[in-house]
Design a protein around this ligand. Structure first.
Ligand code: ADP
Length: 269
């Protein structure tokens, strides 16, 4: 509980006291997340769909990684397995040095609550709560204290400070998306998965959100894995991992939009 009582300075959680720091220090060489020969099949017999087909990939701590690939290539399934939202059919998924499969229900709940932020494609906001209440929901559920300085920083940086008393139905898709981002970040999880976080935004809001995510990595030491279809969005990342047919088929370091487009054409995406 006390590890959420942070200074009003919206600053590095790497410098904080307590368990988060020791976890980070202990695991500083460990990737933020990794998949080892991860497979996921849906259905049986002729109807079987191999959503992931032996994926091994590492996502570095303190890095911004984009995941790209054609629709149906397994991007969301990979993120869901790594976030402990889906159980793979085979293989192993790790967050830090914790193997997800080995966690019991309470451990899995704590992992998802304390260490992972997830921005869903469909926002998953609670319709009866205001934007402000949606953002603080993970803190309230954890029975923790809200860090007002961090809350204020997030809503300012995401441009939703004047929307906090609105319910989701009273907000645009872009505003809801930004509320969903603030909610994912409110507990300063070390690892954030974002499934097409700019999918509902116009190009200027999209650039603002991507710059915000970039700063979360560069200035706040967050680790982000983001699914995107947009080569310009991928160019904000440190690295792009390409999936096709449930497999990793390529990757790029320090991507530019042009190089991403060229790579997508090469891969037939
Ligand atoms: P992407 O995110 O790259 O679009 P997904 O991970 O959503 O791909 O899906 C990969 C494949 O798995 C697709 O063929 C999709 O139809 C299938 N799939 C995903 N979820 C389910 C499910 N719950 N039941 C059956 N098939 C699924």
């Amino acid at each position: 509980m006390s590890r959420l009582m942070r200074s009003s300075q919206p600053d590095l959680h790497r410098r904080e006291q307590g368990s988060t720091v020791s976890q980070l220090e202990r695991g500083s060489c460990t990737p933020a997340a990794r998949a080892v020969d991860l497979s996921m099949t849906y259905g049986k017999g002729d109807a079987v769909v191999r959503a992931l087909d032996g994926v091994s990939v590492e996502f570095k701590r303190g890095a911004f990684t984009a995941v790209m690939g054609p629709s149906g290539s397994g991007k969301s399934t990979l993120m869901h397995c790594l976030a402990g939202l889906d159980a793979p059919t085979a293989g192993r998924a790790f967050v830090g040095d914790q193997e997800i499969e080995r966690l019991d229900d309470a451990g899995l709940t704590a992992l998802r609550r304390d260490q992972i932020g997830f921005v869903f494609q469909s926002f998953n906001l609670v319709p009866t709560l205001t934007a402000g209440e949606n953002i603080t929901l993970p803190v309230d559920l954890a029975g923790a204290e809200i860090d007002r300085g961090w809350f204020d920083y997030l809503v300012e940086a995401l441009g939703i400070a004047d929307r906090l008393s609105h319910r989701p139905s009273e907000m645009s898709g872009g505003q809801q998306q930004r509320v969903a981002c603030a909610r994912a970040l409110i507990r300063r999880p070390e690892l954030i998965f974002a499934d097409e976080p700019t999918g509902n935004l116009d190009s200027s809001s999209s650039a603002e959100l991507l710059e915000f995510l970039r700063r979360s990595v560069s200035e706040h030491g967050q680790s982000i894995v983001m699914v995107t279809h947009d080569p310009r969005g991928a160019a904000y990342a440190d690295r792009v991992v390409f999936l096709a047919d449930g497999r990793v088929v390529g990757e790029l370091a320090s991507p530019t939009a042009d190089v991403v487009v060229a790579q997508m054409m090469k891969l037939g995406g």
